[in-house]
Write a protein that binds this ligand. Sequence first.
Ligand code: PLP
Length: 331
Amino acid sequence: MLAAGIDALEGVEGGVITGSGMAAISTALLAVFRKGDHLVVQKNLYRGAFRFITRHLEAFGVSWSETRGTAKADFEAALRAETKAIFIESPTNPRLTVTDIAMVTALARDHGLLTLFDNTFATPINQQPIAFGVDLVFHSAAKFLGGHGDLAGGVVVGREGLIRSTETLANTLGGSLGPQVCHLLQRSLQTLALRIERINENALQIAHFLDQHPSVSEVFYPGLSSHEGHGVAKRQMSGFGGIIAFDLAPDVEPLSFQRRLQLIHTGNSLGELFTSLNSPALASTSLGELTETERAEMGVTRQLVRLSVGIEDARDLIDDVDRALSQADRS
Ligand SMILES: *Cc1c(COP(=O)(O)O)cnc(C)c1O
């Protein structure tokens, strides 16, 4: 029943529910790839997926290339004769990069490849990749789908044949989701559209507020016309989601800013009911474990802040950020 509910949201038939987002991704990849295949991975893919592909899938004889960027030429340059699929995510960490889904699926079709997509950030309320020709879509249900920060779960939806082999392998490997959590997740889906609508509205207001604040140097949110992916985002998203990244001005101490917040809590997860914030470079997240050079290469500076917007009153959230920005220590 849960899988059918998510299928309806994504506009497809056939879905598999797994114990976590990583179980969804790892199981589907193991079902799709065989020894000798090659996979093109978009730059800045979710770190856990990247780690699975580069450390584990590779050990099974599946090779991979990471693109240098998200333009058509970047994907073309990464293709090989043995490429079987392209794995993309949009918008993605750390700067909400937007990938043109229709561009990638057209390229994949021309070369007879599959397109795999992590839709965790956008949710099916804001973006339905299947409609653009994507073959398999993944979700971490711990984020916006669950939406309350109190469950783990994952979803794979997509083309019938691929789903059947993913389902068989999921049963064989055993990473399934228990019935109580399925029930919790199903209840969460009943409010998904309402939550995401509110989150979209709040995030857009906060992004505009941050964008004109003197203590913020740059804001990354696909809903802002200044964002480099805004044009593509408008074509493929009906709302721009709850994740905003921004750079604090160079003199603002990031940890002091965090400590001055009263309503917004600091946390490393995202997609909860209430707004949370972290500094990816300073947190014990998958980005925090990279070396400083690797982080700089990805655009994760000390001043970068990631905000996961919730359903509170937008005015209260803006006041909280405004006060913390004005009270934070300056260097
Ligand atoms: C959290 C997350 C995952 C992994 O999901 P888990 O449920 O934590 O295993 C995958 N992709 C994205 C974009 C995520 O944010």
